[in-house]
Write a protein that binds this ligand. Structure first.
Ligand code: GMT
Length: 376
């Protein structure tokens, strides 16, 4: 099939899932056309089936700080569908991709061209931004107008029905992992550099937004470190970084906390980690937790959203009530015991294997078939 994938090109989870899906589909022989405003971060290699089309938004004095990206995106979708003869459009993250896809679909219909649209909802497009009154009517409409809608967890499906008046079936297709890339590697020299005295290594990876409850990461680590020698690595960057620096200074733990910024090769850091922390306020799936588990790292998390569908309480790690750092610290100390850690590591890997992209990508091919069979 010739598939147009519309996504955010950034480090954020939805962009990563969209890009990895496109790469996997290209390897299966589909022709994939990414449509977004800049090259997606993980689209960093050559494959004869992968194409990138940049959305250009012209500036004009009247637009001031509001250039109409959605219109430029819809126009680019029309252009790519027409000239590359796409069979389907798959948009990731509802805002503004689903409504831009609706516009493109209607424009193409006026030219007697039918293009099926699949919309994948990822998380904050539903649970945070999308349900805001500023967007809700457009999000509801464009979800209902998509030919097929998918969510990345059962929890997000239920949230979508709860927050929006959705009249159609939603298919759950969980996020997936490339086990060839995400696997525990031999990185002992790196571990020695970070943990010279064999300290336990706790890791957190995110976009440092409020929804990630980064202060709970630091508080949990602080409680663990009071009991056993431990270090914390924070990967990523975002609005909460300054607050974290202040919190670490106030707790007097700066020597044991390192912020490495945005890294591409996160699997190298995960290869030396003993525990992954994800205390999020809201999380539709928790892709970075899956990446950790694939590298044999157990997860201590909140029980928000879809996390419990991935992190099995007492098996691959533990889930706690949102904000219960005492419980998260207690669970961390339990998992980090020498007789427990190998068991949790093995369980985490076994669970991650259930999300192997080889098993999950065919579900997307299936919904493309379903969407293509719908004639409107
Ligand atoms: O929160 C992020 O990291 C970004 C956000 C996005 O939509 O780009 O991630 C969401 O989608 C990911 C991929 O499906 C999920 O793994 C994340 O759980 C989800 N984030 C939230 O729900 C907060």
């Amino acid at each position: 099939m010739k598939i147009g994938i519309v996504c955010y090109p950034t480090f954020g989870g939805s962009g990563v899932v969209a890009t990895e899906l496109g790469k996997a589909l290209a390897q299966k022989g589909h022709q994939i056309h990414f449509i977004t405003y800049t090259q997606p971060v993980r689209l960093n290699f050559f494959n004869e089936n992968l194409f990138f089309h940049a959305v250009y938004v012209p500036t004009y004095p009247l637009f001031q700080q509001y250039p109409p990206y959605e219109l430029a995106l819809a126009s680019k979708m029309v252009d790519v569908v027409l000239h590359e003869k796409l069979d389907i459009l798959h948009v990731h993250y509802a805002i503004p991709h689903a409504s831009a896809a609706y516009m493109a679909k209607r424009i193409l219909a006026s030219k007697n061209i039918h293009i099926p649209v699949v919309t994948t909802l990822h998380g904050t497009d539903i649970t945070l931004v999308g349900k805001d009154a500023s967007f809700e009517p457009v999000v509801t409409f464009s979800i209902n107008e998509s030919d097929v809608v998918t969510t990345v967890s059962e929890s997000l499906k239920q949230d979508t029905y709860a927050h929006f008046d959705i009249k159609k079936e939603i298919y759950v297709i969980p996020n997936f992992i490339d086990l060839e890339r995400f696997k525990k590697q031999e990185k002992n020299h790196f571990k020695k550099a970070i943990c010279p005295n064999d300290e336990k290594l706790l890791v957190h990876i995110s976009n440092f937004r409020k929804v990630k409850r980064m202060h709970d990461v630091v508080s949990t680590f602080d409680l663990v470190r009071k009991e056993i020698p431990a270090k914390l690595l924070l990967i990523g960057d975002g609005p909460e970084r300054v607050n974290l620096e202040i919190q670490c200074r106030e707790l007097g733990i700066t020597d044991d906390v390192r912020m490495l910024g945005k890294l591409d090769a996160v699997e190298e850091v995960l290869s030396i980690a003993d525990l992954f922390l994800m205390p999020s306020e809201s999380e539709s799936f928790g892709l970075s937790a899956l990446e950790a588990m694939a590298c044999e790292v157990p997860v201590i998390s909140s029980d928000a959203g879809g996390i419990p569908e991935l992190n099995l309480n007492g098996v691959t790690g533990f889930t706690s009530k949102i904000g219960d750092v005492q419980d998260m610290a207690k669970n961390s100390l339990f998992v980090l015991q020498d007789d427990q850690l190998p068991i949790f590591r093995a369980n985490a890997l076994a669970r991650a294997k259930e999300f192997d992209l080889i098993n999950i990508v065919p579900y997307y091919e299936n919904v493309y078939e379903i969407a293509s069979a719908i004639k409107k």
